[in-house]
Design a protein around this ligand. Structure first.
Ligand SMILES: [Zn+2]
Length: 55
């Protein structure tokens, strides 16, 4: 399942201080083997991580 991209994923941008749709979202595995989503903020380009699988 890893690497599959589903629908839009929302994440919290610390720079914009609001929820945004994560751009270029990809599923990654963190050091503790937990799934996470990594992408960038569509507004400011800051990297966003969200813990958990894409739903
Ligand atoms: Zn942002």
């Amino acid at each position: 399942m890893f690497g599959m991209l589903f629908a839009m994923v929302e994440g919290y941008c610390v720079k914009c201080k609001k929820k945004v749709e994560i751009k270029d979202a990809t599923t990654v595995t963190m050091k503790n083997n937990k799934p996470a989503i990594q992408g960038v903020c569509p507004i400011c380009g800051t990297k966003i991580y969200r813990i958990g699988k894409a739903s």
